[in-house]
Design a protein around this ligand. Structure first.
Ligand code: NAD
Ligand code: ZN
Length: 268
């Protein structure tokens, strides 16, 4: 099926439902300047996820090669500080306003779906701008600029990067203990999984956006939707694990294709 015909079919499917659920991954935010996991030249080309992406790995790297942690934090902060919702995010905001989009389930931690106006977002890997107390578990949300700018300045002023100096510059909870970003690191439990599987099982159209589909258990959400009778539509310019699952595959970027689908619905 050519792209225009696929966009036409997707727009028809969207118009027939009020139960569209999306499942998004790093590709959704690629056009906002946040590199995907596997893109060449991205953050994960320069830093080993084993060294900086797991709790134990992070502590080990901090004690052996602390400058690596400083460089990783510096790069990550710069990337997330400048990122803004792209036309794909904004199109999903419009679809929620139209009463078509019921829920966004995202693996992204960048807050861009909310910044595009979506209210119903399940963030299974957490949110970089929400902090969680290491002692009592209380959570607190910060603005992107506020949190990243403060942390970048404090990090730059550290003479030495080690565990105790990092603990010092982390935001403090009302109980006095340090707070860490409420993101799910590799090996940690995902958030909102039960609710995500319920929404996937209850949707009529499942839209899979910019995810390679290899990070389980979340990667099974499109299959769950399909088994429950939903039409699965995928937008991705590259490869993914959903080749046999998607009923409609739209080969291209979410930032280009989603606005075209919204435009079709508006003009219908
Ligand atoms: P992934 O990197 O494994 O796969 C990205 C997918 O996006 C690929 O299939 C690629 O072909 C596709 N893609 C690239 N550009 C695209 C575009 N413009 N439009 C649509 N698709 C595009 O990402 P993943 O499956 O989300 O897994 C990576 C993990 O790392 C996730 O669990 C996520 O939590 C985390 N992560 C998050 C962010 C973020 O918050 N923005 C960024 C990187 C990684
Ligand atoms: Zn606390």
């Amino acid at each position: 099926m050519d792209l225009s015909a696929g966009i036409e079919r997707a727009a028809e499917a969207f118009q027939r439902t009020r139960k569209l659920v999306t499942f998004s991954g790093a590709g959704m935010s690629a056009e906002s300047g946040i590199p995907t996991f596997r893109d060449p030249g991205g953050i994960w080309d320069q830093f080993d996820p084993e060294e900086v992406g797991t709790g134990p790995g992070l502590l080990d790297t901090l004690s052996r090669t602390p400058e690596k942690i400083r460089a990783f934090a510096d790069q990550t902060i710069s990337v997330f500080l400048q990122a803004r919702p792209n036309p794909g995010h904004l199109a999903l905001g419009t679809l929620e306003q139209m009463g078509i989009l019921k829920f966004i389930i995202t693996q992204n931690v960048d807050n861009l779906h909310q910044e595009a106006g979506n209210k119903k977002v399940i963030e299974i890997h957490g949110n970089l701008f929400r902090q969680r107390c290491l002692a009592c578990g209380a959570k607190k949300s910060f603005g992107r600029e506020e949190f990243l700018t403060k942390f970048k300045t404090a990090l730059g002023e550290l003479a030495r990067v080690d565990l105790s100096s990092i603990m010092e510059i982390l935001p403090k909870c009302h109980c006095g203990s340090p707070m860490r970003p409420d993101v799910v690191m590799f090996g940690e439990a995902v958030q909102g999984l039960h609710e995500s599987f319920e929404e996937a099982g209850d949707c009529e159209v499942m839209l899979v956006l910019g995810t390679s589909g290899v990070v389980y258990p979340a990667a099974a959400l499109p299959q769950r939707a399909k088994e429950a009778g939903a039409t699965v539509i995928e937008i991705n310019p590259g490869e993914s694990a959903y080749f046999g699952v998607a009923d409609i595959r739209l080969h291209g970027k979410t930032g280009e294709i989603l606005p075209r689908i919204v435009e079709k619905i508006r003009n219908a």
